[in-house]
Design a protein around this ligand. Structure first.
Ligand code: TXA
Ligand code: MG
Length: 350
């Protein structure tokens, strides 16, 4: 199959092209589209065959549930059986936007979408192309990140093509996405609410609206029974480049010292080493014969988040075998960056 590309203006997409893509969706096809976070692989949420094809195209295990995307919050009762007051408050503040809410599901929501869970994850994306497609299709769309399962999420149409070219019918190309990491996933079916995946809306911003939110940084551990039951997809190793990634954690100076030594040793032994750094750390590596990729200043964590996945893909393309990175602070978008690097890492060095 040849994957069709519809190039559109991210702010004001051509309605004729959006209509074509919506038609493809309504005839059961898979169309990738940009959201404010990453590109999603869209299918009609009410079309069981199309939903199943998403898992095949991505190579995704069936027990990893999908997020339902809506054109507006007014449609929420189509998929959620209950909208608690906390949800209303969050929706008012953060929708459209990178916040996914886990709520009790309506019976009509397909089991393929929720992996048999009694809950559904749902959000309204803040992107003119995504919203245009949702409105034109007139149905909710399920849309996981448009990458092969376990790989780095796509932030450009080119990334989608690299992973899914020939496997899906089309891609709406609206340029690079803005946030660069996925939406925050918040479970509102328990009290206090639980952060299942840090993302585009910070934990602090959630707490400012609704008070206590539980977050366990060790969610990725296989022994975490809570997450295993609530959000099976979050346990797998994820967001990973092909290269091995080692993450340096702990005090800044010590971490940088170790990272530098490791970089030196590994490149001397003939490995292609790349380091992923902030502007502030860059000088530590400038005299070494390495590929140095700079994500931006630690003062602008949103900038670092936006560049993260492109950086991982570029390092892969340059033939890097080992990526060394240092853990950023956990505030704001830093928590999402941390989470993604932890999941991508084969070693965390303290
Ligand atoms: O930013 C995003 O959220 C992007 C864009 C395309 O919207 N989508 C995305 O989807 O990241 P995906 O499928 O890659 O990640 C969805 C995550 C999965 O890890 C899954 O486990 C969790 O949301 N999830 C989905 N339904 C759930 C549910 N009912 N309960 C708990 N977690 C759920
Ligand atoms: Mg994903």
């Amino acid at each position: 199959m040849e994957t069709k590309i519809w190039r559109v203006d991210p702010q004001a997409p051509d309605p004729a092209l959006i209509a074509e893509a919506a038609q493809a969706i309504l005839s059961g096809q898979l169309v990738a589209f940009p959201t404010e976070t990453v590109y999603g692989l869209g299918a009609n949420a009410f079309d069981r065959q199309a939903v199943k094809r998403i898992f095949t195209a991505k190579g995704r295990p069936a027990q990893d549930p999908l997020i339902v995307h809506l054109a507006s919050e007014e449609l929420l009762s189509q998929v959620a059986a209950e909208i608690p007051p906390l949800a209303e408050r969050l929706i008012e503040h953060f929708w459209p936007g990178p916040l996914t809410l886990v709520l009790p599901k309506q019976a009509r929501v397909l089991d393929e979408i929720t992996a048999g869970l009694p809950t559904v994850a749902v959000r309204v994306p803040a992107h003119a192309v995504a919203l245009g497609l949702l409105r034109a299709a007139g149905v909710p769309l399920v849309a996981p990140s448009a990458n092969r399962f376990g790989h780095v999420s796509p932030t450009t149409a080119q990334h989608v093509l690299e992973d899914l070219g020939g496997l899906i019918e089309g891609i709406l190309d609206g340029g690079a996405t803005n946030v660069g990491v996925e939406s925050t996933v918040l479970d509102l079916t328990c009290s206090p609410p639980r952060l299942l995946r840090p993302g585009g809306i910070s934990l602090e911003a959630l707490q400012a609206q609704i008070g206590e939110v539980l977050y366990k940084t060790q969610l990725a551990n296989a022994g975490d029974v809570f997450t295993a039951q609530r959000s099976p997809g979050l346990l797998a190793k994820h967001y990973a480049p092909r290269a091995e990634l080692w993450l340096f954690s702990g005090k800044k100076e010590q971490a940088l010292e170790k990272m530098r030594q490791t970089a030196e040793q590994c490149s001397q032994s003939g490995r292609q080493v790349g380091v992923l750094v902030s502007d502030e750390d860059r000088d530590w590596f400038s005299d070494l014969p390495l590929v140095v990729y700079c994500l931006g200043s630690e003062r602008w964590l949103d900038e670092m988040a936006k560049n993260l996945y492109t950086a991982l893909r570029l390092l892969d393309q340059q033939g890097i075998e080992l990526i060394l990175a240092r853990e950023v602070e956990a505030s704001g978008l830093g928590l999402a960056i941390r989470d993604r690097l932890r999941r991508a890492a084969s070693r965390v060095i303290e």
